[in-house]
Design a protein around this ligand. Structure first.
Ligand code: SF4
Ligand code: SF4
Length: 190
C-alpha cells in the first residue's frame, strides 16, 4: 500500500475543514475501490469515487473542487453503504459541492448543466413554494440552447395531466422564503 508522507500533502487546512464539515474521517480510506465498483454513474466521472477520496487525502483542493465527478454524483449513497471503513462518501461529495460553490468555482464541461438545473430548481421552489416543472424545464432548455428537447414527452405528460400549465402557491411560502434568506445569509458569512 502506498504511504502518504507528510510533505506530500498539499493543503492541510482543506482536509481538516472537509473532515469537520462532512463529519467523515477521510484519512481512514484505504483505497479498496468498493465505492467505485458500486457507483452507478462513475462511467461519466473524470475521477472515480475512490480517486476523489485520494485527492482529498492528498489535500489537492483545486483538483478535487474543479472535477466534474462531484457534480455528476447522484447522491444515491451506494458508495456509503458499501464502504468497509464506514466513510459516508456521498456526504464527502456533498460537502465538496458546497465548498466548490462557496469558492465560486464554475463547474467544468457537462457538469455545468447540473448546476444550472439545480439553480433553476431552487428558483422555482423559492418563487412558487414548490416545483413548477413545466417552467423549470422550459427555462433549462432555453439556457442550454436546446429549446425543443423532450417536447414530445412534455406534450404527452401535459395531455395526461402529469404536467400543469400553472402552479398554485402553497400556504407557507413565507416560511420557505425565510429559509432561503437564512441560507443566503449563512453563505455570506462563510
Ligand atoms: S469504499 Fe471506502 S475505503 Fe474503499 S476506496 Fe471507497 S471510501 Fe475508500
Ligand atoms: S453517492 Fe455519488 S459517488 Fe456515491 S455511488 Fe452514488 S452516485 Fe456514486
Amino acid at each position: 500500500m502506498e504511504t502518504i508522507r507528510l510533505n506530500e500533502i498539499e493543503d492541510r487546512d482543506f482536509i481538516e475543514r472537509l473532515s469537520r464539515e462532512s463529519g467523515q474521517a477521510v484519512e481512514n480510506c484505504y483505497q479498496c475501490g468498493k465505492c467505485t465498483a458500486g457507483c452507478p454513474v462513475s462511467f461519466a466521472y473524470d475521477f472515480m469515487p475512490h480517486q476523489v477520496m485520494r485527492l482529498v487525502q492528498m489535500g489537492l483542493k483545486e483538483e478535487v473542487l474543479r472535477c466534474q465527478s462531484i457534480w455528476l454524483c447522484a447522491s444515491c449513497v451506494t458508495c456509503t453503504v458499501r464502504c468497509p471503513r464506514n466513510i459516508d462518501v456521498a456526504m464527502v461529495m456533498d460537502t465538496l459541492r458546497i465548498m466548490a460553490r462557496q469558492k465560486g468555482i464554475v463547474p467544468p464541461g457537462r457538469s455545468r448543466n447540473v448546476v444550472l438545473f439545480n439553480n433553476n430548481f431552487l428558483k422555482s421552489i423559492q418563487k412558487y413554494g414548490r416545483l413548477f416543472e413545466l417552467a423549470t424545464m422550459a427555462i433549462f432548455n432555453l439556457k442550454t440552447g436546446h429549446p425543443f428537447r423532450e417536447t414530445d414527452t412534455g406534450l404527452t405528460m401535459l395531455r395526461r395531466g402529469k404536467l400543469k400549465l400553472w402552479v398554485t402557491k402553497p400556504r407557507g411560502l413565507e416560511e420557505v422564503n425565510r429559509i432561503f434568506e437564512k441560507v443566503h445569509q449563512t453563505e455570506k458569512e462563510v
